[in-house]
Design a protein around this ligand. Structure first.
Ligand code: SF4
Length: 493
């Protein structure tokens, strides 16, 4: 039987075909994009911090290409009572191999510690620990405690070096692991059989392709598949019985959904628009779009949510607004002006951003946003800056959500079930898009900002600042143009 690693075991759990490709045709995987790579890099940094919880711990130097050496080095370190903890310990049972993040000596036994850059113990993380527990106990190692080292959401960074004792919390899972043991034993054999096959198992793409992780073989598996133009999966919030009910009737496309099938109001609108082949326009669209108070301030924030807090007083994954863009339209038909803010100094950006914001938005006129995100950011800014809480709360009173208007009054079949601005814009405003931009979404913006703060190269810093400004500028210009497009759709422009 071929040897399996813990990650291959988890790949098999997600989908046996994913396991097979990982073993036999790994080159078919799509390489990680910069965002995914940034998550891997962050995981590496957190792993290094976690190791500081166990002073005098020793790292097994042999890497994953040198399994035999790693197994031998681990045995030597385990036999040495002077070694209190082993990082990347290599252990094997029944041809299944793992590298344990931290194997910590506990009396005459060991604690098994798996580090995750997350705040809660998702099922896949529990399985991760359970596989390792099965390997260790199967290999005859007395495990006292097995669990996850997770980020403590309540940690508040006091400044200076991060304290790994405060930053992480240990979640014991030994009893949970016990429940998985029998299943893991059986699955190990089954996955080894899959890995030993010379031909891939026949598996259709489905919901398993995205859970618990986006499958890197998705582009390959879906390459030759012909999709209907409007599959039922396009309908928002169609799940459970309603989804199954359609499949049982053999309905796979939206236009084939019977008129009497129970759908929500929004789903019915989509079904009707697709069936008729033209947009649904509510008669009140024009009135809704005109329901603003002039002047108009089209506002968009960018935020970063670092796992490792960067500034004193902040917590893991706390959203830090670092940039805003604002297009200001003084009166109907008048060309918009533009202003923005980008934090370029490596200090807490919230106060300078809030002050620039209050300066830019004045004290009257609708603040046009796209979603409730800006409301939440303003609320968090007010909590963090009590002296500015009142004027920030006044800004919240002026928010006017273009997304809500769009959702309630218009749908175009080309939206394909989504009102995200990236989906809506090319349908309603064809001459403005994000394709030529270096930064093209919020996650990339957060990453570019951190990169800009970290770089020592002036040229790169300027380039990233420019890219961030262009991206946020495009977001607020998109809102100006979307509002105009909706007025046109309502026959009011
Ligand atoms: S894309 Fe889906 S079907 Fe293909 S290997 Fe991945 S999980 Fe399996």
């Amino acid at each position: 039987m071929p040897r399996l690693s813990k990650s291959r075991f988890i790949a098999g759990w997600q989908c046996p075909l994913r396991l097979w490709y990982t073993v036999h045709e790994p080159w078919r995987a799509t390489p990680p994009d910069p965002q995914l790579q940034a998550i891997f890099d962050q995981g590496h940094r957190l792993g290094q911090l976690a190791q500081q919880r166990y002073p005098s711990g020793v790292l097994v130097e042999a890497d994953y290409r040198h399994t035999r050496q790693a197994l031998e080095q681990t045995q030597v370190l385990m036999a040495d009572p002077g070694v209190p903890a082993i990082f990347e310990a290599a252990l094997e049972h029944d041809q299944v191999l793992t590298r344990v993040d931290a194997l910590v000596r506990n009396g005459d036994g060991w604690d098994l510690v798996e580090v995750k850059g997350a705040t809660r113990a998702k099922e896949v993380f529990q399985l991760d620990v359970a596989i390792q527990y099965w390997i260790l106990t199967g290999a005859g190692i007395p495990v006292r405690d097995a669990g996850l080292l997770l980020i403590d959401r309540d940690y508040v960074y006091p400044g200076g070096a991060h304290d790994p004792q405060e930053f992480f919390r240990f979640e014991p899972l030994t009893r949970t692991c016990e429940h998985w043991l029998e299943w893991i034993e059986a699955q190990a054999v089954s996955f080894q059989e899959v890995a030993a096959r010379t031909t891939p198992p026949q598996i259709e793409i489905g919901q398993q392709c995205f859970s618990p992780y986006p499958c890197p073989f998705y582009n390959h598996c879906s390459a030759d598949r012909e999709w209907p133009e409007h599959p039922i999966e396009e309908l928002p919030y169609l799940a459970g019985e309603r989804y199954q009910g359609l499949l049982e009737r053999g309905v796979t496309t939206i236009d084939a959904i019977p008129d009497d099938y129970p759908l929500t109001v929004a789903q019915k609108r989509i079904r009707d628009a697709v069936a008729k082949g033209h947009p649904w326009t509510d008669p009140d669209l024009g009135e809704a779009v005109q329901g603003v108070e002039w002047p108009l301030f089209f506002l968009d924030f960018e935020t970063a949510q670092p796992a490792l807090p960067r500034y004193p007083g902040t917590s893991p994954f706390q959203a830090l607004p670092f940039q805003f863009s604002c297009h200001i339209q003084r009166a109907p038909g008048v060309a918009p002006e533009h202003t923005d803010f980008l934090a370029t100094a490596d200090t807490d950006p919230r106060r300078p951003l809030a002050e620039a914001l209050l300066n830019a938005l004045g004290d009257r006129g609708s603040i046009v946003v796209y979603s409730s995100f800006e409301r939440r950011v303003l609320g968090e800014l007010a909590d963090a800056l009590p002296d500015l809480a009142e004027p920030l709360a006044a800004l919240q009173e002026r928010l006017w959500d273009l997304l809500r208007v769009l959702r309630n009054h218009y749908y175009h079949p080309a939206f394909k079930g989504s009102y995200s601005i990236k989906r809506v814009l090319p349908v309603l405003v064809q001459d403005l898009d994000y394709t030529a931009l270096e930064v093209a979404d919020g996650q990339a913006a957060a990453q570019a900002w951190i990169q800009m703060l970290d770089t020592d190269c002036d040229e790169e810093r300027d380039r990233l600042a420019q890219a961030l400004r262009e991206y946020c500028f495009t977001d607020t210009l998109a809102m100006v143009r979307l509002r105009e497009a909706l007025l046109r759709a309502a026959g009011e422009l």
